[in-house]
Design a protein around this ligand. Sequence first.
Ligand SMILES: C[S@@+](CC[C@H](N)C(=O)[O-])C[C@H]1O[C@@H](n2cnc3c(N)ncnc32)[C@H](O)[C@@H]1O
Length: 312
Amino acid sequence: MAENNDKRELGQFIPLHYHYNMLNDAARMQGFKAALDLAVQPGAKVLELGGGTGVLSFFAAQKAAKVWCVERNPELAATAREILKLNPNGEKIEIVEADAFEYLPPEPVDVVICEMIHVAMLREKQIPVMDSFKQRYLEKFGGPLPKFVPEAFIQAVQPVQQSFEFEGYYAPSILFQDPTVIQGKTFDLAPSAVYQMASYQDPLPHTCSWSGTIKIDCSGIVNALRFVTKNILTISLAEQRTVDWFSQYLIVPVAEPLIVETGEVIAVEFAYPAGAPLSALTSTLKVSLAQSADAGLYQEAANPERHARLMT
Ligand SMILES: C[S@@+](CC[C@H](N)C(=O)[O-])C[C@H]1O[C@@H](n2cnc3c(N)ncnc32)[C@H](O)[C@@H]1O
């Protein structure tokens, strides 16, 4: 029982109704559909870790010869089997009710899909699952590793002034934002600063941390930070483009808001294990006005050109 609660708290358990919201998320669906159309070659063997309703396996199955779709939640595994019967090429997909931390396919695969992604790489187990999979896959089959979808991620943090007033009720709480919607209650005080980049082919970071500075370009009150996770779903060298998908933005209130003027520099610090609960981020988050000796550092941390290249 304690173990079950733990798994739920850590974002491993996503109720069925939330999966229908994910199906309804056009940016997510269109991104994965386009990425899998590029990444999966005709006749490919594909593995999906954390298949949910089976939709990403369905996209892959339009070209693949065979897809193993691993889902640990029995209700979801059963639902996916039923839904796939209604869709073309559903018969190519084998739903495997198993733990992605333990399962390996019976033969080498060309592509591995894994979408256990929460913004800031918190809560869900994307990084630990991928880490475990790569190690066990190499032990069983040797190299090379399959192609991964997503291929990489970039994480950034941005100081903002956020209204936490809800019809007269003031509640400085964690908020999630749809990245495709203009947020009228959020005021950007500086460009976001990239704090982490990783490719799933390379050794993955177990910790997400940053200690850096950001130059304010608009006066205001830093009462929150926005965390941004951009997932590079696939990189097409032939077409010289990437297919990207932004996780929902995360707004984290700052314990002691700072009044800032244009040109001032703030220092931001945090460190949390990948897959940890949101409190692991909030409990280590520190925001302060930077000492003048640090001021030069902001150029590396939040160089607007570098940021624009990475985050657009
Ligand atoms: C964010 S959902 C994504 C579902 C689906 N891939 C999609 O894109 O709609 C993550 C899924 O991973 C499953 N999951 C989480 N941990 C797992 C594990 N250790 N083994 C297998 N499945 C797992 C969850 O039950 C959930 O269905």
